[in-house]
Design a protein around this ligand. Structure first.
Ligand code: CP
Length: 334
């Protein structure tokens, strides 16, 4: 992008004064630490950034001079790519590191890795790690802002935020909304962050899945617990399907994936139990024919690719707010 193109892009942007009603946090390691107002601030900021991605020149100068380092110690398609694109669309310098090509394979610890990265003065560290609590650990030891891109079975806050944005766009209000989350709840950081987020926003959450894939004392999460998937989906406004997290110990405990699909998968027939205007979501990656039928995943009720588009907007919002954006008269994001 030439200087002229940047100037041209910047001249076509709305420049209205925005006020920030709430203080944003220093790190984003989980939904648990966010207030309802902070969640709404992220969603409102993300709505603004959605528009940036629809322009011919998809770039604003908000994070010019800032450095974002993505540390991905677990595989990712959506989260990693969208954090990279988000940083670039905000004009940050973005560097991504994966475990397989880093000195982690030579035995370097997470703390030593982080200290060495921090010696290069990044402003924001985005990290995915297999261990629950890894993002909080990093936040305690680093002065850069830390974003949790998924830590074990603990939290995946930006996934829950993009899901909330998608639901808000489809349904308008969370009050009284019945959201069914179905599948491997016990091993899912997505389920955990979504339950926290949706409860804070006022939705009713029902979870369902095989008994071995439901968390112990699940009711303590403030959700309705169903072993019968049909009962959970009945009357739902949103049906969110999850895959079995085999990499975290999730086990079908059934003779075959066909058997799992028959008992717990979302088919067109099963979806008829939900409300007429119900929408279907899945964080990805999907196992078609296991937890969801292709005809549902690609059908008219599916918001699955909308979730991915919203993921980019939410991650732009999170990077922007963590970098100190959102102050009155800040036109760098416009
Ligand atoms: N939903 C999600 O986190 O996808 P990735 O693992 O591809 O990032």
């Amino acid at each position: 992008m030439t200087g002229e193109q940047v100037a041209e892009a910047e001249s076509r942007v709305p420049s209205g004064e925005r006020s920030v009603p709430v203080q944003f946090a220093a790190n984003l390691t989980g939904i648990a630490a966010l207030s309802k107002e902070q969640i709404e601030l992220i969603l409102d900021t993300a709505e603004h950034f959605r528009e940036v991605s629809q322009r011919p020149i998809k770039k604003v100068p908000a994070l010019r001079g800032k450095t974002v380092v993505n540390l991905f110690f677990e595989p990712s398609t959506r989260t990693r790519t969208s954090f990279e694109i988000a940083g670039k669309r905000l004009s940050a310098d973005v560097q991504s590191v994966s475990a397989s090509t880093s000195s982690v394979v030579k035995g370097e610890t997470l703390l030593d890795t982080a200290r060495n990265i921090e010696a290069m003065a990044p402003d924001i560290l985005v990290m995915r790690h297999k261990s629950a609590g890894a993002a909080d650990f990093l936040a305690r030891h680093c002065s850069a802002a830390v974003v949790n891109a998924g830590d074990g079975a603990h939290e995946h806050p930006t996934q829950a935020l993009l899901d909330a944005l998608t639901i808000r766009q489809a349904k308008g209000d969370f009050a009284g909304l019945r959201v069914a989350i179905v599948g491997d709840i016990a091993h899912s950081r997505v389920a955990r962050s979504n339950i926290l987020c949706l409860r804070k926003l006022g939705a009713d959450v029902v979870i369902a899945g095989p008994p071995t894939l439901l968390p112990l004392r699940a009711e303590a999460l403030g959700v309705e617990v169903q072993r019968d998937v049909n009962a959970a989906i009945a009357g739902a406004d949103v049906v969110m399907m999850l895959r079995v997290q085999v990499e975290r110990g999730g086990n079908l405990n059934l003779p075959s994936t066909q058997e799992y699909f028959k008992l717990f998968g979302l088919t067109e027939e099963r979806l008829k139990l939900a409300n007429d205007a119900a929408v279907v979501m899945h964080p990805g990656p999907m196992n078609r024919g296991v937890e969801i039928a292709s005809s549902v995943a690609d059908g008219p009720r599916s918001l699955i690719l909308e979730q991915v588009s919203n993921g980019l907007a939410v991650r732009m919002a999170v990077l922007y707010l963590l970098a100190g954006g959102g102050a009155r008269n800040d036109e760098s994001a416009a």
